[in-house]
Design a protein around this ligand. Structure first.
Ligand code: B12
Length: 327
């Protein structure tokens, strides 16, 4: 039985949002059309979540909570904290529980639902929700609570949600701006770069995504062939300074001034003090630990890419860009 929880008594607007109708329709339903509601001291209607869902079921109205039965209340509370307070604690524990009990499909469904919310910025979902859930997965694996296969299933469940959330890249050859996004050679971690891909696509970019373990030469070749204005290299982990230096060197060797681009390194695997170097050929070089500062920078510079101003080499832009020699 569901324990009493006042948070599960919804306002008319919350029910309207859940059932995808106008709040005045919910009020009408409460006033004599069978949707039971109580009133607060101030005279506002409150509707028990499960009553609203039962009412919806009787009328054939589908809600995003239906596939989560019998966890509707938990999911509703989890999504509400994530969207309203950017608190993903409940999401993380629900998703971990499902992973341990063998319901990875629910993890996909939950991340898909949150990712389709216009009131939850996608970059925050990735930086706070996806990243922390996957960190929990890594921790559980390290403690022996999850098998390697279950860790893989978690990555797969999240990847599937991200694939669904991708609006796809524009098909036309002339669509701009163009980005190349992937993870460095030897790096099999794909979720971070996939987050970058979907985020840029949501911003209207055409993205070429070779995924994890992409040789530096191939980033360079793709950029040249597809006219990329931005090359994003994910350094989620396992990269050493020597490894990153090599990537920068190879990209530098292949760089053609007549096809200028900005180079971005990103991910929590970047050493705090790591700098890509001083005298670099790229138009600009930046590194960002997470998506939120990255997408701010992308938006601030959008005009430049849309105007396709092929400015010659310059080492740095604003923010967390880099100067100084390689370590
Ligand atoms: C799942 C996972 C795997 C899976 C990956 C499967 C897949 N399809 O991706 C598998 C099992 C393959 C794997 C293997 C290994 N893993 Co692993 N893995 C993880 C785990 C649990 C989750 C990673 C993840 O998906 N995170 C979710 C994403 C969203 O987070 P993210 O990658 O950090 O991306 C975010 C930011 O970094 C940033 N970002 C990322 N890329 C970019 C790019 C740009 C341009 C920008 C702007 C931002 C950005 O935005 C994202 C959103 O915030 C982490 C644990 C952890 N704490 O992260 C360990 C972890 C990353 N793995 C680790 C290790 C050591 C390994 C192995 C070496 C283990 C081994 N001994 O075999 C191998 C290496 C394999 C290889 N050659 O790459 C270490 C890395 C330590 C380090 N400092 O380098 C971690 C941190 C675990 C740990 N605590 O030790 N792993």
């Amino acid at each position: 039985m569901q324990a009493y929880n006042s948070e599960l008594f919804l306002t008319t607007s919350e029910v309207a949002d859940l059932l995808q109708v106008h709040p005045s329709t919910v009020k009408r339903w409460c006033d004599g059309e069978g949707l039971s509601a109580s009133k607060t001291e101030g005279g506002h209607r409150r509707i028990y979540l499960l009553s609203a869902l039962e009412f919806a079921g009787e009328r054939g109205i589908e809600t995003y909570l239906d596939p989560f039965m019998p966890f509707e209340s938990h999911v509703w509370l989890a999504v509400r904290s994530a969207v309203g307070a950017h608190d993903f604690g409940k999401v993380r524990s629900l998703a971990m529980g499902w992973l341990l009990r063998g319901y990875p499909g629910r993890i996909t469904a939950l991340f898909r639902e949150m990712g389709s919310r216009p009131d939850l910025p996608f970059e925050l979902l990735c930086d706070l929700g996806v990243q922390s859930f996957m960190a929990d997965v890594g921790e559980a694996w390290a403690q022996g609570r999850l098998r390697t296969g279950e860790e893989h299933m978690a990555s797969q469940a999240v990847m599937e949600a991200l694939v669904h959330l991708s609006p796809g890249s524009p098909m036309t050859p002339e669509a701009r701006p163009v980005a190349i996004v992937g993870a460095t050679e030897g790096n099999r971690h794909q979720v971070g770069s996939m987050c970058v891909r979907v985020l840029l696509e949501l911003e209207g970019w055409k993205v070429f995504y070779p995924g994890g373990d992409t040789p530096a030469e191939d980033f360079a070749a793709l950029q040249r062939e597809r006219g990329g204005e931005l090359v994003c290299v994910s350094v989620s982990s396992t990269a050493t300074a020597a490894h990153l230096r090599r990537t920068v060197r190879i990209l530098g060797e292949f760089y053609a001034v007549e096809h200028p681009y900005d180079l971005v390194f990103g991910g929590r695997g970047l050493d705090e003090g790591w700098t890509p170097g001083g005298d670099l050929p790229f138009r600009r070089t930046h590194s960002f630990p997470s998506l939120s500062p990255f997408i701010r920078w992308v938006r601030e510079n959008r005009d430049r890419w849309e105007g396709k101003a092929a400015s010659p080499r310059s080492t740095v832009g604003a923010g967390s860009s880099h100067e100084g020699g390689m370590r």
